[in-house]
Design a protein around this ligand. Structure first.
Ligand code: TXA
Ligand code: MG
Length: 328
């Protein structure tokens, strides 16, 4: 992939134009925010979002923050209760992310939310990030631009070679002003919950909305991605590594499936060509579609445990795990 790395004037219009174009084409772009560098994709394109997970080499799907240019645009993606709106008005643009319910017609890929009904939104302050958002007219899904398990980059020189390779454009904006990830606040009803401490002090947030429910006491807090994601599962049972299918089941195929056509109540193929990035891009949508078929069980064909297959298998294993009301 051709890479335009600008170490000179990164606000240069040409670079931003290329970055915006790359995003629209479904490619990845590394860009600075005031907190840390992000590895961005058009939030509405399933395959582009799946590429983020592949590039970071994540063994599981963690939901991503969607960056938008304004609160007005954020409200197309998420439903803001009064305290959420008050926090947005007080701290946006800035290092605060708000986790709110997705709107019914939310334009973001389901993969952005990793199957949850909520979405994390942020209006960054960095003028380069702002320029990219305005120019592209997109919601940009972006985790920190580091390989899974490594530190978040706060300067373009920290970007790992594997991430540079995955990106079509790296926009160099020098060191990040804040240098710490955004504070993440979610809501239980309209009670604000601290999900991750970060660039805006809790005290500042509490001045606007009163005391925050502490993450440690909240079952929705992503103290680990596994804990967070154990909340979502289809209502149908999930049967893994299926090598046969019954007439009362729905079937999730992968690759050149050998199972007979037309036997299951409903069926989808994550990727007929066996492409794991394509498979990841369809995973949450197809689980929902098959769940909606009314089948009591979704039979899932085996997927390889390499590349994005690791994260897909992790997600399917969670969906197949015995259900309990309050995950520990
Ligand atoms: O400063 C930042 O927040 C940077 C810049 C690039 O914006 N981004 C960042 O993203 O730190 P990331 O992916 O490294 O961390 C995002 C966190 C994850 O821990 C994830 O679990 C949480 O946000 N998150 C995202 N969506 C969520 C949701 N719907 N519910 C709960 N947590 C969510
Ligand atoms: Mg991170």
């Amino acid at each position: 992939m051709t890479q335009i790395d600008t170490t000179t004037d990164s606000t240069d219009d040409k670079v931003l134009a290329r970055a915006a174009q790359a995003l629209k084409q479904g490619d990845l772009v590394v860009f600075p925010t005031e907190t840390v560098y992000g590895l961005g994709a058009d939030a509405s394109q399933d395959v582009a979002v799946a590429r983020i997970f592949a590039a970071k080499n994540r063994p599981n799907f963690n939901p991503l923050i969607v960056h938008v240019a304004s609160l007005e645009i954020a409200e197309c993606f998420g439903v803001f209760c009064d305290p959420a709106r008050a926090l947005a008005q007080a701290f946006w643009p800035g290092p605060l992310s708000l986790v709110v319910p997705r709107t019914d017609d939310c334009p973001a890929s389901l993969l952005v939310s990793a199957g949850l009904d909520t979405i994390a939104l942020r209006v960054p302050e960095s003028h380069i990030a702002q320029a990219l958002l305005t120019r592209s007219q997109l919601g940009i899904a972006a985790p920190s631009a580091n390989p899974s398990g490594a530190l978040s980059p706060t300067d373009a020189t920290h970007i790992a070679p594997s991430i540079r390779e995955a990106a079509a454009v790296v926009v160099d904006g020098g060191p990040c002003r804040v240098g710490l990830e955004s504070t993440i606040v979610g809501f239980e009803g309209d009670r604000p919950v601290l999900l991750r401490p970060g660039g805006i002090a809790v005290e500042e947030i509490e001045k606007i909305v009163g005391p925050l429910v502490a993450a440690a006491h909240n079952s929705k807090a992503p103290t680990s991605p596994g804990q967070l994601l154990s909340h979502y599962a289809p209502s149908a049972k999930v049967r893994l590594n299926a090598t046969d299918v019954r007439a009362d089941e729905a079937l999730l195929r992968f690759g050149k499936s050998a199972l007979p056509e037309g036997r299951a109540m409903a069926e989808k193929n994550l990727s007929p060509t066996g492409d794991l990035v394509e498979a990841a891009s369809h995973l949450f949508q197809y689980l929902r579609d098959l769940d909606a078929s009314g089948a009591r069980t979704i039979a899932v064909e085996p997927l390889p445990a390499t590349g994005l297959g690791l994260a897909i298998n992790d997600r399917l294993a969670r969906a197949a795990a015995p259900r309990n009301e309050s995950p520990s």
